[in-house]
Design a protein around this ligand. Structure first.
Ligand code: PMM
Length: 283
């Protein structure tokens, strides 16, 4: 899933694809680089961002959705507003990606249910707890899995079909770097919810912390793409359905090679050895 942020202020690419023509061209470039799906958003969710009004969000998103749909691109719309989701679906989007998991707008779940569209339900305590940025957890993996499960139940009760629900641990949303790393380490617990899993690690703060130099300064967001591709490969290997990234080529390659290795594993006639270093023990 490639990202087109039609915003002036997203944290890693704000302002770069802000007019319709540039945004459509960027979406087509992402497809040429290997994206199967393009996620179009008109509202930044970075900490401290103020919400855009509905008219402005529609003005940013709908022409880009229309332009890319006309080119045959499979699209998701990244929005917390039911009206934007509804109009984007009518303009050709296939899927709705709501970082609030249906909490921000009570009309969202009915709109998605009526359209029969796939729905990405992301975990974010900012909406569960009224805006807290850094969540406090005693066991982040268990708590995120349980809270996502509760959101999925609400979405199903609202009429969205079970086979339309995709879940996302919401890396960086009310989570610090250690929380993000723990969730990636135990993606199996999110997969155990029984729905396809979307992982969106691209350029996020936790990568900045892992990659920080000796002075502790994180590299700028756009220098985190190699690390993003590495996380994408690990997420794909763990069983993620999709990875959402800004720079597609490296991640598409990483995912393809991961898949090729998985295929080679299934066709290898030699049974795996039990120890990491085989019967002779560690060398
Ligand atoms: N992160 C951002 C925006 N949309 N959608 C989903 N499903 N999951 C995410 O983690 C997510 C998202 C913020 O990233 P950006 O502003 O750099 O695109």
């Amino acid at each position: 899933m490639g990202v087109v942020n039609v915003t002036p202020d997203s944290f890693s690419d704000g302002g770069r694809w802000f007019d319709t023509t540039t945004a459509v061209k960027h979406g087509l470039d992402l497809v040429a680089q290997g994206a199967d799906l393009v996620d179009v958003g008109g509202e930044s969710t970075r900490p401290g961002a103020t919400r855009v009004d509905e008219a402005e969000e529609l003005k940013r998103v709908i022409p880009v959705v229309r332009g890319l749909a006309a080119e045959g691109v499979t699209l998701s719309v990244d929005t917390m507003r039911a009206s934007v989701a509804e109009q984007a679906l009518a303009a050709g989007a296939a899927l709705v990606n709501d970082v609030s998991g249906g909490l921000a707008d009570p009309a969202m779940i009915p709109v998605v249910a009526a359209a029969g569209a796939p729905f990405v339900v992301m975990h974010w305590r900012g909406f569960l707890e009224g805006g807290s940025i850094e969540g406090v957890y005693t066991d982040v993996v268990t708590e995120v899995a349980e809270e996502l499960h509760a959101r999925v139940e609400a979405v199903l009760e609202g009429g969205v079909a079970a086979d339309r629900v995709i879940v996302d641990p919401g890396l960086g949303f009310s989570k610090g770097a250690d929380h993000d790393l723990a969730l990636l380490a135990r993606l199996d617990r999110v997969l155990a919810l029984g729905h396809p899993v979307l992982v969106a690690a691209s350029r996020k703060r936790f990568l900045g912390r892992v990659l920080a130099g000796p002075d502790g300064a994180p590299p700028p967001a756009r220098e985190r793409d190699a690390a993003t591709a590495a996380v994408s490969a690990l997420a794909a290997q763990a069983g993620a359905w999709a990875v959402r990234v800004h720079e597609v080529r490296a991640t598409a390659d990483a995912v393809r090679v991961t898949r090729a290795i998985a295929q080679a594993r299934t066709t290898d006639p030699t049974p795996p050895e039990s120890g990491a270093h085989g019967a002779e023990g560690a060398r």
